[in-house]
Design a binder for this molecule. Structure first.
Ligand SMILES: Nc1nc2c(c(=O)[nH]1)N[C@H]1C(S)=C(S)[C@@H](COP(=O)(O)OP(=O)(O)OC[C@H]3O[C@@H](n4cnc5c(=O)[nH]c(N)nc54)[C@H](O)[C@@H]3O)O[C@H]1N2
Ligand SMILES: Nc1nc2c(c(=O)[nH]1)N[C@H]1C(S)=C(S)[C@@H](COP(=O)(O)OP(=O)(O)OC[C@H]3O[C@@H](n4cnc5c(=O)[nH]c(N)nc54)[C@H](O)[C@@H]3O)O[C@H]1N2
Ligand code: SF4
Ligand SMILES: [Mo]
Length: 756
């Protein structure tokens, strides 16, 4: 019996429909059984009627009740009484205070900062704890607009790839998730579907039953690669070179769709000229994929119908991630696969929601000074420095033509930081720089959290946040076209409050009398839905959402966004040649440069064959990637013992060749370091990885790690080529067995320091 049937006729139980709030393409519709008498949630499951969720939640959110009722939930406001900083003996360093006291004291401190340093000395820091419109960037944005705080560019996940995709196609529209069932060739490109996008898999399986082949392009033989028909092992950061060579073969052998290209694209002749130099042999030397396989893949891709690509953010967390995405996004137009159901490419479906009008929710009109600076969240370490040159670097500069500010444009140091929906001490690049900033005694930090995270350890005040079971919200999705409503299933755990209510109360404490700080959550959401005028939201009525919990956007069914062109670019076409890119300071045509070239980093010359093993291990860097661990979701589930138990301990996967060169055996504790920092991990020697690359599944809490640090110790703050995106997977590291003193070499003069 399904769980809904089990509870539907039980008078002691009510069933509430909601939505998973986490940063995941699937945005599942969930149902929660609540004991009417106690008000306690007793069960949670995936909504069987939702066309994508299809009754299943993932292994993490199946545990959502354990997270909600976890003994570590923060249940009262806390005030710091001990010294600032990370550590485990938390209860000794914070004391509970009432909401009244906490809010009054926070308001006093914030006002003092604004009076002395100006309102831009206040920085919000948030990302994807919840993706809800209201509890995400809803009431919080109202509040920070009214305050006049610095703005935050939310770049940590997808910006480079997003911008690259937009330059080529004009919007993050693409293949509908359900339509992968119609494809006959599927390229899963830089995505671990079975871990991070589980609900796509059922459609891929349906395609395979009908004869489709599935190829995974990834530096790691992930669980998805193991389940697929073929793993193409690619060196990280080289996807652009592969795509250029595929186009070389497709155009060279006249396999492109000349009619589609003629009608719906610009710049074909220039593209053809450009890719001439990108022979499969050249790309083979860069990617590590044999030239013959590149050639045959190009033919397979151009001649199989329909053929679909699922590209995800893994391949764009690199210095050249934007250009790589821009290049891959040219492929479907070149072969005309947009014309078929089951053809095209999907990066994200969020473009379907792009015309959602958020002005009523976020109230940009409340901001008096629209020229407030914008800080790039990836450079939080620099932003929290007191050095004006580093603060200048932390300004958001998404394109090559954006200058580094100087003089007064730099603005004041950050003197107050308000963190919600984020855990920067664990998840943000250059962990030691972030922690050094958070440790500043003169920085006033408020953290709104459900748990005592690595970041909360540095707070002056911690405010207990509600979970999704305790709050209202509305969610768009980035892996399907349904809008979802989340209704609260239970009352607040302890004294916790939804983010919206915390910001509402903070607004009152600061004396803001605007009406918008009086509206309740349900009213705000109803107005948000009712105020939409674009046709795609016509089906998403408040009534439909209340009744079903979700509603499909009013898009054609099937939805083939670019079957007849309709690209929302300047030219109205797919832009093989992009004038906008030229204007923004880029090569207007697809191209490829290595991470070293883009970041302008000079490394050691590779050693010749006569080098001893120990010389090799001490001077040859490895590329370190840190994609999602299966049982975690960024850092959000690290607290659930059962899920942490499944991941066991923070590890570093290494290829046997790289391990042997360093005399490292499976299970050895190794030190992973570069010029930024170091972290101790347990080696896992495996052939499921391209040589020259190491992989540390993320994201572990620093405080759950043996040395109180995690892999973001070795990740640089540098921006990727587009959108100010993060370069999590472009880290260069040295690795050695922990006992041989590697630790000391980081700071020694003779250390293999990377030259800039
Ligand atoms: N279980 C779980 N699910 C998650 C998350 C999680 O942490 N855990 N995170 C969520 C978040 S925040 C996001 S943004 C989404 C998307 O999350 P993504 O981070 O895009 O996750 P993956 O789909 O695992 O994609 C990463 C894959 O890219 C590969 N990769 C790394 N570098 C390269 C490269 O240069 N080229 C190629 N071809 N591949 C490369 C990695 O080996 C990995 O298999 O998933 C969400 N879902
Ligand atoms: N090395 C490495 N680092 C990475 C990545 C990687 O692949 N490798 N992935 C990156 C990516 S893709 C992303 S998206 C970022 C994510 O970075 P973050 O957004 O910082 O994500 P989390 O670490 O999951 O932190 C979210 C926090 O929000 C809290 N939270 C959840 N719901 C609520 C709520 O309703 N209210 C409040 N106040 N808090 C809530 C959770 O308890 C959690 O501590 O991390 C990035 N960091
Ligand atoms: S994390 Fe993703 S797969 Fe898991 S329940 Fe949430 S939306 Fe669904
Ligand atoms: Mo992300």
């Amino acid at each position: 019996m399904s769980r809904i049937d089990l509870y539907a006729n039980d008078p002691a139980v009510s069933v509430v429909t909601g939505a998973c709030p986490h940063d995941c393409p699937d945005t599942c519709s969930w149902q929660v059984a609540v004991n009417r008498e106690s008000g306690t949630a007793i069960d949670i499951w995936g909504n069987a009627s939702h066309p994508i969720t299809q009754g299943k939640l993932c292994g993490k959110v199946d545990r959502y009740l354990e997270r909600t009722y976890h003994s570590g939930r923060l249940t009262t406001p806390l005030r710091r009484v001990g010294p600032k900083g990370g550590g485990r003996n938390v209860r000794g360093r914070f004391e509970p205070v009432t909401w009244e006291t906490a809010l009054a004291e926070i308001a006093t401190r914030l006002s003092a900062v604004v009076d002395e340093w100006g309102s831009q000395a206040v920085l919000p820091y948030s990302y994807s704890g919840t993706l809800g419109y209201l509890q995400g960037e809803g009431m919080a944005v109202r509040f920070f607009n009214r305050l006049g705080a610095s703005k935050l560019a939310r770049t940590i996940c997808s910006e480079a790839g997003f911008e690259g995709y937009l330059y080529t196609l004009g919007a993050t529209l693409g293949t509908a998730t359900e339509d992968y069932a119609h494809a006959r060739l599927i390229l899963i490109w830089g995505s671990n579907t079975l871990t991070s996008n589980l609900h796509l898999w059922q459609f891929i399986q349906a395609a395979r039953k009908a004869g489709a082949r599935v190829i995974v392009i990834d530096p790691a033989r992930t669980r998805t690669a193991k389940a697929a028909d073929e793993w193409l092992a690619i060196r990280p950061g080289t996807d652009g070179a592969l795509a250029l060579a595929l186009m070389h073969v497709i155009i060279g052998e006249n396999l492109h769709d000349a009619k589609y290209v003629e009608k719906y694209t610009v710049g074909f002749d220039q593209l053809a000229e450009r890719v001439k130099e990108w022979t499969p042999e050249r790309a083979a030397a860069i990617t590590g994929i044999p030239a013959e396989r590149i050639r045959s893949l190009a033919v397979e891709y151009a001649t199989t119908r329909p053929t679909a690509i699922r590209v995800n953010y893994g391949m764009q967390r690199h210095a050249g991630g934007g250009m790589a995405m821009r290049t891959i996004a040219c492929l479907p137009a070149l072969v005309g696969s947009w014309q078929e159901q089951g053809g095209g490419i999907q990066l994200s479906t969020s473009g379907g929601f792009r015309r959602m009008d958020l002005t009523g929710l976020q109230r940009p009109d409340l901001r008096r000074d629209s020229s407030a600076r914008t800080i790039n969240m990836n450079r939080l370490g620099d932003a929290l420095s007191l050095d004006p040159a580093r603060i200048a670097l932390s300004h958001y500069r998404p394109r090559p033509i954006d200058p580094i500010p100087s003089g007064e444009q730099i603005g004041p140091p950050v003197k107050a930081l308000i963190v919600y929906n984020a855990n920067p001490a664990a998840a943000t690049p250059d962990q030691s720089a972030v922690m050094a900033g958070l440790a500043r005694e003169d920085l006033f930090t408020v953290v709104m959290e459900q748990f005592q995270t690595d970041t909360a350890d540095y707070a002056d005040y911690i405010l207990p946040a509600a979970t999704q079971l305790e709050q209202w919200d509305i969610h768009r999705a980035y892996g399907h076209n349904f809008l979802s409503l989340n209704r609260p299933a239970i009352g607040p755990v302890g004294e916790s409050l939804p983010n919206a209510e915390m910001f509402r109360r903070l607004a009152h404490a600061l004396g803001y009398t605007d009406d918008c700080f009086r509206e309740d959550d349900e009213t705000i959401l109803r107005k948000l839905v009712q105020s939409q005028t674009q046709p795609e939201f016509a089906t998403c009525t408040w009534e439909a959402l209340l009744r079903d919990g979700y509603a499909r956007l009013n898009l054609p069914d099937p939805y083939l966004p670019f079957a007849q062109g309709n690209y929302p670019t300047a030219s109205g076409k797919c832009e093989f040649y992009s004038q906008r890119m030229a204007d923004d300071g880029y090569d207007p045509l697809p191209t490829y440069e290595s991470g070293e070239q883009i970041l302008g980093i000079g490394y050691f010359e590779p050693l010749d064959d006569s080098a001893s093993e120990s010389e090799i291990s001490n001077t040859q860097y490895l590329i370190c990637i840190s994609p999602p661990a299966h049982s975690f979701l960024n850092t959000s589930f690290g607290v659930v013992d059962r899920l942490r138990g499944r991941e066991k301990e923070p590890v570093l996967q290494m290829h046997p060749t790289d391990a042997a060169a360093r005399q490292i055996g499976d299970g050895d504790v190794v030190r992973v370091w570069n010029e930024l920092g170091e972290v101790a991990l347990t080696a896992r020697v495996t052939e499921d990885l391209v040589p020259g690359t190491v992989l540390a599944p993320g994201v572990w809490w620093a405080s759950h790690s043996p040395d109180g640090r995690n892999i973001n110790q070795v990740v640089r703050q540098d921006e990727a080529d587009m959108g100010g995106g993060a370069c999590f997977y472009d880290a260069r590291v040295f690795v050695a067995i922990a006992s041989d003193g590697a630790q000391n070499r980081v700071s020694s003069d003779k250390s293999p320091v990377i030259a800039y």
